[in-house]
Write a protein that binds this ligand. Structure first.
Ligand code: SAM
Length: 211
């Protein structure tokens, strides 16, 4: 059923690159949800994960990965680890260390367990407020934020390498946002491109929404 989901994302033109298709096949979403949800992992909708959060729908994850234009060797920061699924896919695409920040301790543990079970070794799950980025490993060629922000957090722009891109949903607290690709050119100038409407849980933190 998962293979069929991947094939239909390719047919619909949502998965565009062979690299993303192969990553989806290597790390099916069912490896990153609780047992009772495994039978639904191929359905193209978000699924619950612990602490009242969600793992995004397969089409949403594919859209963000394609917009990120990941290549082997890129240094990537993800904000919002959740289940660890997206981090596993990123790690497969860049084939080097990936840093991912999660604010809910229960999910830090959940993601670490999932990643270990899936055999992913190059993802570092960091507990904390991802709106502050992760300065020890900055700058990043790509930053992917998987929760909805009220505005683009300044530390994330600062931690983006010239030539780098940030993929982030920005909009309201209750589910509706626009997905943006924020690009920093070689001179440090910022350009934003709006992709379209999306629905994410809120990004909560110093440069996000208040608790
Ligand atoms: N990427 C995840 C996956 O593959 O399962 C799904 C992410 S879920 C839609 C959003 C996650 O962002 C939640 O786990 C939530 O706790 C986390 N989050 C919200 N605000 C955060 C912050 N300031 N720093 C780090 N994580 C945050």
């Amino acid at each position: 059923m998962w293979k069929r989901r991947v094939a239909s994302l390719v047919r619909e033109g949502i998965i565009k690159s062979e690299a993303v298709r192969m990553a989806f096949l290597k790390y099916p979403r069912y490896l990153f949800v609780e047992e009772r949800y495994r039978g639904y992992a191929h359905v193209d909708e978000p699924l619950p994960i612990p602490a009242g959060q969600t793992v995004s729908a397969p089409h949403m994850v594919a859209i963000m990965l394609e917009l990120a234009e990941l290549r082997p060797g890129m240094k990537v920061l993800e904000v919002g680890t959740g289940s660890g699924w997206n981090a596993a896919l990123i790690a497969e695409l860049v084939r080097t260390d990936v840093y991912t920040v999660e604010r809910i301790p229960e999910l830090v543990e959940f993601a670490r367990r999932n990643l270990e079970r899936a055999g992913v070794k190059n993802v570092h799950v960091i507990p904390g407020d991802g709106t502050l980025g992760f300065p020890p490993k900055a700058p990043y060629e790509v930053i992917i934020v998987t929760a909805g922000a009220p505005k683009v957090p300044k530390p994330l722009i600062e931690q983006l390498k010239p030539g780098g891109r940030l993929v982030i949903p920005v909009g309201s607290y209750h589910m509706w946002q626009d997905l943006y690709v924020v690009m920093k050119d070689e001179n440090g100038r910022i350009k934003k491109k709006r992709w379209g409407g999306v629905a994410f849980v809120p990004l909560i933190g110093e440069h996000g929404w208040e608790r």
